[in-house]
Design a protein around this ligand. Sequence first.
Ligand SMILES: [Zn+2]
Length: 255
Amino acid sequence: MSTFFNSIGRSMTRAPRNAKRSPTPTSATFPPEAQQIKGTPPQQPQAQKPLYLCSPFVEAALVKGNFKTIVMLPKYVDIMEWVAVNRCVRCLFDFYTNLNEFYGVLTEFCTQQNCPTMSAGTTLNYTWINQDRKHVHLPAPTYIDYVMTWVQNMLDDDNVFPTKSGQDFPPSFPSTVKHIYRQLLRVFAHIYHAHYAQILHLRSEPHFNSLFAHFLAFGSEFELLEMKDLRGSSSAPVGVGSLWERWKGMGILGG
Ligand SMILES: [Zn+2]
């Protein structure tokens, strides 16, 4: 995957030229849902539409073409075999590391005050299951800190991700990877929902969109993503579920 991430680096300078940038925010306080930014020409009157679904940002994925081809593998390998190889584990590491870096830049905005809940849609707040198996609401920075610490511990655990060749993978490995995927998806979903204005301000939307598109393509190719996690429920839809639909419609994700 190093080629992919290298290509992201190269492509950082290839953001759409006509992309109008947001004016410099003068306040660290942003509305929970990103509204149309002043200065962005409203091509259609879509007052409530999240920014990440607005042109040109929705197309701001750098790597042109179909993300599916990037993750395609020979058909004879099953998920267990393939996910087990170091190359794939490296992929998970890369998703985790890149997402962690992005979030690190956003921590000054993602505070207990700005994000008292782990929001990912106008009516969606994720809950964390605590040690007593109770669903609890946590501020987003706390939730994300828990997720990132948990994933890091998983990735470092030789019993979960065996690093020695010939070492058996535990039977729970596929479900563990799915669980990691679900939680990382939630972090993406929160960032898109609550912090896209800051992503735009940092001019990172092409890079961030590429990372997320790759995450989605990889996840659907290896069936690590549940549709219900991507879409949410009808009463509490996931914001990025719409982005996923758009990208699928644009042929970015293949399938
Ligand atoms: Zn936040």
